[in-house]
Design a protein around this ligand. Structure first.
Ligand code: NAD
Length: 517
């Protein structure tokens, strides 16, 4: 029996102070931060503002203007003009020119790295180790899609002879005005995953950040102006989902929506889009599973799984919340996983060493507490029962981790619980584990843990999930599709692959016959 490797720790915080530039940005000369429409900061005709807070301290970071129907309309009109009007409109700009301004934006993000880290850490409640990894995605994503844009031509395909005297070919073009509706858990990553492929395909964009984390998109919007994006190409529309988001979904000038968020909201927006003929791609929540085979080291794997489960305190869409472990090693695995979770250092997300910080808002806190109770009511046996936690000197939304043991006949973890929360079910074999893992209506991320790599690959391919991993989890790479099956995903190829780029384009068939009347 090996011993648990205590080097395998959760992602953690280094001490991080608010940079002056971040404070100045939030203060905005004493004015609420406006939306960014056609390179102009606007306060909005609804005359409504909301406060964005630090979830670990409840301190107000900034006051932000909420965008109404009139601002959405102005943004759509401005974006449409930037898209198609004038000889050098965004649609017709050569790819090299688009790349040049996009890479300038990336450089400005890097110049102001500390400000964007502060957005993730203070607005998003993230520990620095994760925020730094997220920040690196801005360049990685931009560079990947710049290469894709050079490779995939838009415009006319080669022609076919489709009938006597008739030629046919396809014509690929951008949608025009596209909107990205973004959740709060990975604001700068998901903003990058949306804007870079959409812009490089020739679209002009509306970014609708989540109401809990509007700061990074607003900051990136300001940098876009400095980078030299023509007015109207990038617009940022902060506000509540049911208002600003709904106005975007209902606007007939928005041709395509890229939504990332919860399945319920995604399904609601899809119905709105269907009514208006707007196309939509959806990347939604998960309830990820891990299967641990009998040949795996239970102590080591328990810690690795614990690290993934607690990534962003469990607020990561694809991570592990359901574990199926071979009963031969279940006792050791359960002990090690309980030790890992119970030793997580709960604290303020910007204080040295914190591993488990506050959740994003009071609604999430209430949801998680009620899910912990519900798991027991449905037959789960508490190994760690969760509940609220106190952090000295801070009044954030702090919760203890929760861990439950279950049996194959008890489905006590049916829905996504966005926290350091997991159920562990001892199973007789891999077939039983797979059947249970695949029972979930979600299908975003799954993994299998074993020394036998061939067997691992064979099992991984049988998950219904869009991302299947062996001896790792939460890996995401450019060039491979990241998307969900079941209620975790929707039409479209997922993100981060070549097809993501083509999702931001439409194809028409053109038939050409000689005029021989
Ligand atoms: P959410 O669905 O509540 O909100 C997402 C976005 O939709 C927000 O910007 C919100 O304002 C907006 N919105 C809400 N109602 C709307 C409406 N009627 N019309 C238009 N827009 C509306 O999700 P959340 O709580 O912000 O984020 C967490 C969820 O996101 C989790 O389910 C998580 O798993 C999922 N997620 C998925 C991925 C992925 O890649 N699959 C990535 C990150 C997060």
């Amino acid at each position: 029996m090996s011993t648990a490797n205590s080097e395998i720790r959760s992602l953690s915080a280094r001490q991080f102070e608010r940079p002056q530039k971040f404070k100045d940005f939030c203060h905005n000369d004493g004015q609420p931060l406006g939306g960014l429409i056609h390179a102009t900061e606007v306060s909005g005709t609804m005359n409504a503002t909301f406060q964005t807070i630090d979830p670990g301290s409840h301190e107000v970071l900034a006051t932000v203007c909420e965008m109404g129907a009139a601002e959405v309309d102005a943004a759509v009109r401005g974006a449409q003009a930037a898209y198609e009007q004038g000889a050098n409109c965004w649609r017709d700009k050569p790819v090299d020119e688009k790349i040049s301004v996009i890479m300038k934006l990336v450089e400005l993000c890097e110049r102001d790295r500390d400000v964007l880290l502060a957005c993730e850490i203070f607005d998003g409640g993230k520990v620095s180790e994760l925020a730094e990894g997220d920040f690196d995605q801005i360049r990685a994503c931009a560079e990947y899609f710049c290469e894709v844009a050079k490779r995939i031509p838009l415009g006319d395909s080669s022609a076919l002879e489709v009938g006597p005297g008739v030629q046919g070919y396809s014509f690929r073009e951008p949608w025009g005005v596209v909107a990205g509706i973004i959740p709060w858990n990975y604001p700068s990553v998901l903003t990058s995953w949306f804007i870079f492929p959409a812009l490089l395909a020739g679209n002009c964009v509306l970014i609708k950040p989540a109401e809990d984390t509007p700061l990074s998109a607003l900051y990136i919007g300001k940098l876009a102006e400095e980078a030299g994006f023509p007015p109207g190409v990038i617009n940022v529309l902060p506000g509540r989902g049911e208002l600003t988001g709904q106005f975007i979904a209902e606007h007939p000038g928005v041709r395509y929506i890229s939504f990332t968020g919860s399945p319920g909201v995604g399904q609601h927006i899809l119905r709105t889009c269907d009514r208006h003929g707007t196309r939509m791609k959806r990347e939604m929540g998960g309830n990820g599973s891990a299967i641990v085979l009998a040949d795996a080291d239970p102590l080591e794997v328990a810690r690795k799984i614990g690290r993934y489960t607690n990534q962003h305190f469990g607020q990561t869409c694809c991570t592990i919340h359901r574990v199926f472990v071979d009963q031969k090693i279940a006792d050791d695995f359960i002990d090690a996983q309980r030790d890992f979770f119970s030793s997580l250092k709960i604290g303020y997300q910007a204080n040295e060493g914190t591993e488990l910080g506050a959740v994003i808002n009071s609604t999430q806190q209430d949801r998680i507490l009620s899910a912990q109770k519900q798991t027991v009511a449905l037959g789960g046996q508490a190994l760690l029962s969760g509940g609220t936690a106190e952090v000295e000197g801070k009044s954030g939304y702090y919760l203890k981790p929760a861990l439950f043991q279950t049996t194959p006949d008890v489905n006590c973890n049916p829905s996504e619980v966005f926290h350091a929360f997991a159920t562990i079910c001892p199973v007789s074999d891999a077939d039983q584990a797979l059947a249970l893992a695949n029972q979930s209506p979600y299908g975003l991320g799954a993994s299998v843990w074993t020394k036998d790599l061939d067997r691992g690959v064979a099992i991984a391919k049988k998950f219904r999930d869009g991302t299947c991993q062996i001896n790792c989890h939460n890996q995401i790479a450019y060039g491979l599709p990241y998307g969900g099956q079941g209620i975790s995903g929707g039409p479209g190829a997922g993100v981060n692959c070549e097809e993501t780029f083509t999702d931001y384009t439409q194809v028409k068939a053109i038939y050409l016959s000689q005029y021989d009347a």
